[in-house]
Ligand binder design. Structure first.
Ligand SMILES: [Zn+2]
Length: 409
C-alpha cells in the first residue's frame, strides 16, 4: 500500500453527532448455500486463526531466512511464492506461476556518494482457478505478496496474502456457479507491477478472458494492530473528503453493499474508506472493472470515535510499523485478520454463487441483505445534524456579538 493519511475529513462536530445515532441495526441473515455448495457459515468456519497464523509464520520464516524482507526479486519473495504454490496444490488447485520482469533499483553507499544501480529482475504472480464455475463471469480475488525492502511485511501484506490463501483453501471443496480466480501479485510495492503485467498481458493475448473478469476484490493490509474495519467505498459516497480517491467503475457499489451486508449480519462495526490509488485495485479500476475490498489502516491517526467502535488507541497510527522492519509476526492482529478473512470468504462465496449478467451492472449477491435504511441514511443524517450544530454555534456567536455591541452602546 502506498503511504497516505486516513483520518482527514471528519470535523470533531461530526464525530460527536455520529455517536448520537444508534450503533448497529441487526440485519437479515445471509442466504443459505446452493445444493452441493457450502453455506456461508460453513465457509467462514473453514477459515481459522490457526490456518492464517500458519501462513503468516511461513512468510516470517521466508524473510528471516533472506535478509529480513520478502521484496520483489529476492529469495525471500521466491520462498513466499513457494509456500503459496505448495498450499494451493495441497488443496487441489493447479496454480500457475506467471513470471515477469520489472525495473529493480538498489541504493548503494559509494565513496563517491549515493549512486543507484538498476537492472531488470524476474519476479512472479501466482494464479489459481476454482475447479468448477463458469469462466465467463470470473470473480478475481487478489493480494500482493511482496514486501518493501525495509522489513518482512507481515501486515503489508502478509495479512492479505494469508487471508486470500485461507479463503482459497476453504473454497477448494465446494462447487461454484462462477469461476473464482485467486491471485498473489508480485512487485506491488514498486509500482503495482504484477497486477499491471497480468492485466496488460491478458488484454493483449487473451482479450476474451479479459472481458470475462466480472469484478476484482483487493486485500492489502487486513491485520493492522490498531485497526479499523474499513470497506472500500464503492458507491463513492464519501469521495469528497479525500483528494487521492479515484472514480470507482459502475458495479463497485455492489461489492461495497456485499461487505457491509455481511458485517451487519454479524452485527459488527465497520466504516467506509475511499478507494484511492494506493494498491492493485487501481489497475483494474482504470480498466473499468468493478473493484472493492477491505482494509484495516496504515498511517493516519485513529480517531476517538473509531476507538469507541473498534477499541485500540486514539491518536496513534493504525499500523505504527507500516513499511518498517518491525512489520513482523507480532505486528498482526490475528483476530481482525480472521474477521476480515471470514468476510472475504462469505462475499466471495456470495458472488461465486450468484447469477452475474454480462453487460448489466454488477448486483450484490442473490438474496444478500441490504444495508438497513438507517445505515443508508447515516451519512446524510450525520451531515444534516452536523450542519445544524454548526448553524446553532454561528447563531450563538452572532447573538453574543450583538449583546456586547449593545452593552458598549
Ligand atoms: Zn501493501
Amino acid at each position: 500500500m502506498r503511504r497516505r493519511a486516513l483520518s482527514r475529513g471528519l470535523a470533531p462536530a461530526v464525530l460527536a453527532v455520529a455517536l448520537l445515532l444508534p450503533a448497529q441495526v441487526p440485519a437479515a441473515a445471509l442466504p443459505a448455500g446452493r445444493d452441493g455448495a457450502a453455506s456461508t457459515e460453513e465457509i467462514t468456519r473453514a477459515v481459522t486463526a490457526e490456518q492464517l497464523e500458519g501462513h503468516l509464520r511461513a512468510f516470517q520464516d521466508a524473510a528471516d531466512a533472506h535478509g529480513g524482507n520478502r521484496a520483489a526479486g529476492t529469495d525471500g519473495y521466491r520462498r513466499s511464492v513457494d509456500h503459496v504454490v505448495e498450499r494451493l496444490r495441497a488443496a487441489g488447485y493447479h496454480p500457475r506461476v506467471q513470471a515477469f520482469t520489472f525495473p529493480y533499483g538498489e541504493d548503494h553507499d559509494h565513496e563517491h556518494g549515493e549512486d543507484t544501480s538498476s537492472e531488470r529482475r524476474v519476479t512472479y504472480n501466482v494464479l489459481a482457478d476454482t475447479a468448477t464455475g463458469d469462466p465467463d463471469s470470473t470473480v478475481l480475488v487478489g493480494a500482493h505478496l511482496d514486501s518493501v525492502p525495509e522489513g518482512p511485511g507481515l501486515n503489508d501484506n502478509g495479512s492479505g496474502a494469508a487471508g486470500v490463501l485461507a479463503v482459497a483453501e476453504a473454497l477448494a471443496g465446494t462447487g461454484t456457479q462462477n469461476t473464482v480466480r485467486f491471485a498473489w501479485w508480485g512487485a506491488e510495492e514498486l509500482n503495482l507491477n504484477g497486477a499491471d503485467h497480468y492485466l496488460s498481458d491478458l488484454r493483449a493475448n487473451d482479450p476474451g478472458a479479459f472481458e470475462d473478469i466480472a469484478m476484482y476484490l483487493n486485500f492489502d493490509m487486513i491485520g493492522s494492530p490498531n485497526y479499523g474495519r474499513f470497506v472500500y467505498d464503492g458507491d463513492t459516497s464519501g469521495n469528497g473528503w479525500h483528494d487521492d480517491s479515484i472514480e470507482a467503475p459502475d458495479g463497485s457499489d455492489a461489492i461495497e453493499v456485499a461487505f457491509e451486508g455481511y458485517f451487519e449480519s454479524e452485527a459488527v462495526a465497520f466504516d467506509e474508506v475511499p478507494i484511492d490509488d494506493g494498491s492493485d485495485h487501481l489497475v483494474f479500476a482504470e480498466a473499468g472493472i468493478p473493484v472493492g475490498g477491505l482494509f484495516t489502516g496504515d498511517t493516519g491517526e485513529k480517531t476517538r470515535r473509531q476507538v469507541d467502535r473498534y477499541g485500540g488507541r486514539a491518536g496513534a497510527d493504525y499500523d505504527p510499523c507500516y513499511n518498517a522492519a518491525c512489520d513482523d509476526l507480532d505486528n498482526v492482529d490475528l483476530q481482525v485478520l480472521e474477521d476480515m478473512s471470514d468476510a472475504t470468504a462469505a462475499v466471495v462465496l456470495g458472488f461465486a454463487s450468484s447469477t452475474i449478467d454480462d453487460g448489466a451492472p454488477l448486483r450484490p449477491p442473490d438474496g444478500w441483505p441490504r444495508r438497513s435504511a438507517l445505515e443508508e441514511l447515516r451519512p446524510v443524517l450525520t451531515g444534516l445534524v452536523a450542519l445544524s450544530v454548526v448553524a446553532a454555534m454561528a447563531v450563538g456567536v452572532a447573538v453574543a456579538v450583538r449583546r456586547r455591541a449593545r452593552g458598549r452602546g
